[in-house]
Structure formats: structure tokens, C-alpha cells
Design a protein around this ligand. Structure first.
Ligand code: 4GT
Length: 225
């Protein structure tokens, strides 16, 4: 899976891409992430990438020229039909089902992720160059960089081998169903911590009973606090 990311702030991805599971997924070539700084494509002498909105109002809008040129450049890096996905709160809300669909569709393919900043991007970019719009939830952020990282993270962990060695039967199914991921509470050593014991059944070594206990602990996702 290859992610080509267009952003004004590539440095926001540094820790994410070098740390832990995602860092190892890149090291082992299970995913590839290429960062492109939209500012590098600005042709005006001050490398300006944003301007005041027509019609007035607060904030700045990302200009057409650097966006058109950078998106076209990244599209033309390969002869594939990589979709341009714009991360925006107006997009379709990401959930685990959508993530699984994306991870399957783009298993050995490329995705272009466009991160907006400030008030957003000139609408003509959306109309002419964006194929799909995805939101990570119903809230507004200062930029699409964190949403892009969330999408990369959620998709990458579904690639066989990224989370470590799965059992072969699980590997075939490509991804675990959502309810398996949200299932039961987890415990690790010590068996007693500050007088708080681990459920006894987990120490029994009785796998059938452990499975039954874990099933009994499956709860609906906690929502709306
Ligand atoms: C929220 C999300 C997102 C933003 C989300 C364009 C300029 C959008 C700032 C950007 N906020 N992007 N993708 N909920 N803000 O996914």
C-alpha cells in the first residue's frame, strides 16, 4: 500500500511514520508513505500558498495554483489511477467497515491524500481534482494532517503482518471483524496489582473457559458520555 500525501506541514508526520508499528510497517516495505510539500509547488516569488477569501470573511483559503500543480505532479508520478482523497469534515465519516473496504481495494495500490489547512481549499480544486472526501468524525480541526495519519494508521494495521504474525486462518480473512477488535478486557502481569486481582479464569489455562468468559464480556461500544 502506497500513500502519497500532499500537505503544507510534512513535519507533522515525522514521529508518526518513524515510531512503533507504523515505523516497522515502512521499514519492512508493507507500506510506503511519500510526503509532498504543497509549498514547493508555489510559483510566486514569496512561495505564498494561501490568500483571503473572495466575498470576505475570516481566515485564509489555500490557493488553486500550488494545489493544482502539486496534485497533478503527484498523480503523474505513476500511470495508475490512484484516487485523490481529500480529508475534510464534510466528507463521508470513516468507520471500521469503510476502513476495511479501503484496505482491500488498495491492498497493492496507491492512494493520494490531500490535507487542507486554514479555512480550507479553493472549491475549484475539489470540483476538478478530488475523487473522494473522507472525514474522521464530526468535528473541525486546524488541518487534515491528523486525519490523514488516522486513515493511514487504520488501513495499515489491516495489512497482513503489520500487527505481527497472525494465525494463518485469520490472515486469510485479511481483517478481523469489528466486534473482535472491541471485544473483551485485557490484563497482563502482575496477577495482583495494589490488591486488584486479574479475573481468575484468565489464570486457569483452560482455553474453552477463557473463550467463554471473553465472549461473556463482549459489550456494546460505549457511546455518548
Ligand atoms: C476536521 C476534519 C478534517 C479538518 C475531520 C480543511 C482545512 C479541513 C482544515 C481542515 N477538520 N479536516 N479532515 N473531521 N480541517 O476529518
Amino acid at each position: 500500500m502506497r500513500f502519497d500525501v500532499l500537505t503544507l506541514f510534512p513535519e507533522m508526520f515525522n514521529n508518526f511514520l518513524s515510531t512503533s508499528i507504523i515505523g516497522r510497517a515502512i521499514e519492512s516495505n508493507k507500506i510506503e508513505v511519500n510526503l509532498f510539500n504543497i509549498r514547493d509547488f508555489a510559483t510566486n516569488k514569496h512561495k505564498k500558498v494561501d490568500d483571503v477569501p473572495f466575498g470576505g470573511g475570516a481566515g485564509m483559503v489555500m490557493m488553486c495554483q500550488p494545489l493544482f500543480d502539486s496534485i497533478e505532479y503527484v498523480k503523474n508520478l505513476k500511470k495508475d489511477k490512484a484516487p485523490v482523497i481529500f480529508l475534510t469534515p464534510k466528507g463521508e465519516t470513516l468507520d471500521q467497515i469503510m476502513t476495511e473496504g479501503l484496505a482491500q481495494t488498495y491492498r497493492n495500490k496507491r492512494i493520494i491524500l490531500l490535507c487542507g489547512h486554514y479555512e480550507g481549499i479553493d472549491e475549484r480544486v475539489r470540483e476538478n481534482l478530488v475523487d473522494r472526501e473522507i472525514s474522521i468524525g464530526n468535528f473541525v480541526l486546524t488541518g487534515g494532517e491528523l486525519p490523514a495519519q488516522i486513515l493511514i494508521d487504520a488501513m495499515s494495521r489491516l495489512i497482513p503482518g503489520v500487527l505481527g504474525e497472525q494465525k494463518s486462518s485469520e490472515e486469510e480473512s485479511f481483517s478481523a471483524p469489528l466486534n473482535r477488535e472491541l471485544e473483551y478486557p485485557h490484563y497482563t502481569r502482575p496477577a495482583v496489582f495494589r490488591d486488584k486481582p486479574v479475573p481468575e479464569v484468565l489464570l486457569s489455562g483452560h482455553h474453552a473457559e477463557i473463550d467463554a468468559w471473553r465472549k461473556s464480556q463482549t459489550k456494546p461500544v460505549r457511546k455518548k458520555i
